[in-house]
Design a protein around this ligand. Sequence first.
Ligand code: ADP
Ligand code: MG
Length: 294
Amino acid sequence: ATPVGLLTGTGRGAQLGILIKGPQVLEDTRTVDTILLDKTGTVTNGKLAVARTLALGALNDTEVLRLAGSVEAASEHPIAHAIAAAATAGPGIDAVTGFDSAPGGGVRGIVKGHMVVAGRAGWLEENGIDITDAHQEVLRREQESGATAIWVAVDRTVAGIISLEDTIKDGSAEAITRFKSLGLRPILLTGDNAAVASQVAAAVGIAPEDVFADVLPQGKVEAVKRLQAAGATVAMAGDGVNDAAALAQADLGVAMGSGTDVAIEAADLTVMGNDLGQVATAIELSRKTLATIK
Ligand code: ADP
Ligand code: MG
């Protein structure tokens, strides 16, 4: 289903660009006490940029970036956009065949006869690629500096690491203060690594114990279910394909309008644009509207 109506009652919802699926959504906004926030694209801008490419095998940095960019050009993920853009602006990209991707995992494809696999460690493992302890250590150091680092393997051997940096949205810290004053416990939920997640959480005012990192897309649904089983009424805000199932499972799924159609379809409520403050406004406004109707 797609959003069927603008927030009714005041007309303010329409002005503010808040779309809700039906009247029961208003009721849901009243009872939620926890808000899970996807990191990339929801709390952060999701406009990652490649900070550096580190070659770890026979190929040089430029060759690693070119091969990775060629495969990532076929993916929609913010990481993919950043890598494809860096490659296009630098060494260039080549055609890819046999493209495949795993949400929250990575991508794979054949470029100039080479099998290229890019993504997180688990995705490389699934593709039968070994990562040595020494290589792990290089990735860990990249992550310590706050970067999102991904593996690139060529012909079943680790070829390098690409580090990317994101920026936190201007309004995120203020939005989180507002969630708290609405009585919501904010939790950061991400497929990214714990070092990056903790830095983002600290910057926006989310408690260290409320950071769920290294969560695969299926794990996002489970995180919602776990909180619900513990008695919480859960809102979830996200933008990605990988968030859709969790948005559907949540008591109140909120999609960022700048996000993917899949997320918007799965959500109960969509805020236009990409400001997290809009999510707080939507909850405030729905609660007020409900109070007016009752
Ligand atoms: P988030 O929850 O922060 O939006 P995702 O669940 O989309 O993140 O991705 C989790 C992790 O999976 C990323 O940090 C990255 O390591 C890996 N990944 C996902 N998609 C890609 C891709 N297209 N290329 C490389 N790595 C990817
Ligand atoms: Mg996201």
